[in-house]
Design a protein around this ligand. Structure first.
Ligand code: COA
Length: 307
């Protein structure tokens, strides 16, 4: 006989990682269908192993460095909901929030969010959010407000020349590289997140951009079509950083690259549309309590779990 006692919300355990990922996939695929978005034929999202190959390293990294990590467990012991956040400096960031479509709209999301993104914690708070009505409604009542929409601009990379006085240097995995990037991130998004920077340095190529001897920007290049984060102290340097990443991708023979671009980044939007980049229909929003983030000079971390 099925056990229909209400799900229990409890701290996540190591063994919950794959089941939580399963809930993530079910909920996001149902959301995509509700939105009427057709997945490009090249995506293998219907294959759990392929989806995990791309996302697994990120989920493991965020899981091991999470601030709050909660699951909802049904009466028969299945994970049916998952919410996780990370604390980086003063920023509490919600990274995952998903409930199995079979049990949505019964209050589970509410309970998970209250634990993983508790009111008053931060002091600053941010979320890379889908446009799911239930998610938006819960988020906008949790102390964050709309900052910008984020578009994935996509293209087959082609070599391009952009006039610039910047000099690019490859960044190796080192304390100096982490420090350089963290310094620029602090100026642009308001916080340092060395633990993530170190992780991304192990995942993607990276460059620093110098004007004279002064580091004024950085860029993480493509792997598996994904790029970012990319940040510059001045918006005018964003096109040169984008061009540098696209050129490297073109030379590596990449079939496709995505730049997850805040629409507030007008330099990037004009540059990318001017080059014929396509707008992916899966849009997300940045919600935050702190409107001082300078997203006009920022490209997000590809996969959209963190800023
Ligand atoms: C977002 C999600 C996790 C919420 O889980 P849930 O269990 O359905 O949420 P709950 O039932 O606890 O709460 C939903 C709330 O949204 C409200 N809501 C739902 N649709 C709404 C709408 N169109 N307008 C306003 N409020 C709405 C409900 O009234 C409820 O609020 P209340 O409890 O104060 O009445 C779940 O719907 C989900 O997995 N969605 C798809 C994946 C996704 O996009 N996740 C967000 C990732 S950033």
């Amino acid at each position: 006989m099925p056990d229909d006692s209400p799900p229990l919300i409890r701290p996540a355990r190591e063994s919950d990682m794959q089941p939580a990922f399963g809930v993530f996939r079910l909920a996001i695929m149902a959301y995509i269908q509700r939105q009427g978005i057709a997945l490009p034929p090249s995506t293998n999202e219907d294959r759990q192993d392929e989806a995990w190959r791309l996302r697994g390293p990120w989920i493991e990294h965020l899981w091991r460095t999470s601030a709050e990590n909660w699951v909802a467990e049904s009466g028969d012991g299945r994970v049916v909901g998952w919410a996780m956040s990370v604390q980086r400096g003063e920023m509490l960031e919600l990274t995952h929030f998903f409930v199995d479509p079979d049990v949505q709209a019964k209050g589970l999301g509410h309970g998970l969010l209250a634990r993983a993104f508790p009111a008053g914690r931060g002091p600053h708070r941010s979320i890379v959010a889908t446009y799911d009505p239930a998610a938006l409604s819960l988020y906008l009542r949790s102390g964050v407000r709309f900052v910008t929409t984020v578009v994935d601009f996509e293209t087959r990379p082609r070599e391009v020349r952009v006039e610039t006085d910047l000099r690019f240097e490859t960044l190796a995995e080192s304390d100096a590289a982490v420090d350089l990037i963290a310094g620029i991130e602090a100026a642009v998004i308001g916080n340092r997140r060395e633990v993530d920077t170190r992780f991304v340095l192990g995942q993607r190529p990276a460059w620093a951009a110098f004007r004279g001897d002064v580091p004024v920007g950085f860029a993480f290049g493509h792997r598996d079509e994904l790029t970012g984060p990319i940040g510059a102290l001045e918006p005018r340097d964003i096109p040169a950083l984008l061009a540098h990443v696209e050129n490297e991708a073109a030379r590596a023979g990449a079939a496709n690259v995505y730049f997850s671009t805040p629409l507030a980044n007008d330099e990037a939007v004009r540059y990318l549309l001017g080059r014929g980049y396509r707008v992916d229909p899966f849009l997300v929003a940045i919600l935050a309590d702190d409107l001082s983030m300078r997203l006009d000079r920022w490209i997000h971390t590809g996969l959209s779990y963190i800023l």
